[in-house]
Design a protein around this ligand. Structure first.
Ligand code: 11C
Length: 344
């Protein structure tokens, strides 16, 4: 059986990866609708060797659609997700629009696939930096409990879309050639100031909130608690943008409940986890790096160390392709889980 699948935001950085992932997974598709804003409508994209014209999304674009993958920004999701559901589609939304809605499951299949059974039409795909962290933490929580998480991120520009990738390329060239340039996109397109990203590190991803954290940091904290069903978990995040094109990295400090564990115990728990590849051998200088993670669906974990002062404290380094496990692959994986569980 094939499904009628719609991709909203098909021309974007994530939309493109969604199409590639559907192709690579040989997802059972009888028909695909590629949708976008008016601005990108008319673009011709290839899917399974066939040229398809991207259409401007309207509520009626979702007539007959079984599964709709959304990645065109939160305000677009707010308009079209209820319309798609009204017309019988299941929406897998890759924006922050519905993630903290109590009626909407927020799902990373390796962690809380069962939550899909509670869906009422919309399923939220978490923020990319949250997804790779909870995949790495889940087997540790299962084996040893979890009390506290402190994460610092090293995030790639593709998380901010195709215009940010272009900005990184252009600035890098300009600086190398001694030319002037005007930052226009990063750190946040809609904020007051823009800063150089090439050869820099910018400690702002998304806008600042009243509590001093950025929205990206707040997303990581809130979404982690929701996905892991741990409302009382202590989580703090600092999110930083680096001049990396694709692949988010994270330094994660966590405290378990069990006493007297070794780094090897944590490594063994991590190996048992789904969707994880352990790359952890300091004597061979083996550790995860974004350049090696690009194009892969897995979450890569390494640099596992026991804290030198806190018996229950450990450190690890977590890397994944933010456009794949962080977005497109997690969304398609949710769709595969829906089929597996008989929910579509
Ligand atoms: C970034 N994590 O790297 C962001 C992108 O809430 O889905 C994803 C934003 C989101 O800029």
């Amino acid at each position: 059986k094939g499904y009628h699948v719609a991709v909203l935001g098909a021309t974007g950085a994530v939309g493109q990866q969604m199409m590639k992932t559907l192709e690579n997974r040989e997802f059972p598709i009888s028909k695909i609708s590629l949708l976008s804003s008016a601005r990108s409508a008319g673009t011709v994209l290839k899917f399974r060797g066939e040229e398809i014209v991207v259409e401007e999304a309207t509520p009626d674009s979702f007539n007959g659609v079984d599964i709709a993958l959304f990645s065109a920004g939160g305000s677009v999701s707010k308009i079209f997700a209820p319309e798609a559901v009204k017309r019988g589609a299941i929406v897998i939304d890759n924006t922050s629009a519905y993630r903290m809605d109590e009626e909407v499951p927020l799902v990373v299949p390796e962690v809380n696939e069962e939550d899909l059974k509670l869906h009422k039409g919309i399923i939220a795909n978490p923020n990319c930096s949250t997804i790779q962290m909870v995949v790495a933490l889940e087997p540790i929580r299962k084996a040893f409990g979890l009390n506290k998480v402190i994460v610092s991120t090293y995030q790639a520009v593709s998380g901010s879309g195709t215009a940010a990738i272009q900005e990184l390329h252009e600035q890098t060239k300009a600086i190398i050639h001694g030319e002037s340039f005007e930052p226009q996109i990063l750190p946040v397109k809609g904020d007051k100031k823009h800063y150089q990203i090439a050869f820099n590190a910018v400690p702002q991803i998304d806008k600042f909130m009243d509590n001093g954290f950025t929205f990206e940091e707040v997303k990581m904290m809130n979404e982690t608690k929701k996905i892991m069903h741990m409302p009382d978990l202590k989580v703090a995040a600092t999110c930083v943008r680096l001049p990396v094109e694709t692949g988010h990295s994270e330094s994660v400090y966590f405290e378990v409940e069990k006493e007297g564990l070794t780094a090897k115990d944590i490594q063994e728990a991590v190996i048992s986890g789904a969707g994880i590849v352990l790359e952890d051998n300091p004597s061979e200088q083996l550790y995860p790096m974004p350049a090696n993670a690009v194009g892969k669906n897995d979450v890569f974990v390494g640099r596992i160390r026991k804290d030198l002062d806190e018996d229950k404290g450990f450190h690890m380094w977590v890397v994944s392709d933010n456009l794949l496990k962080g977005a497109a692959w997690n969304s398609v994986q949710i769709a595969e889980s829906l089929i597996k569980l008989g929910l579509v």
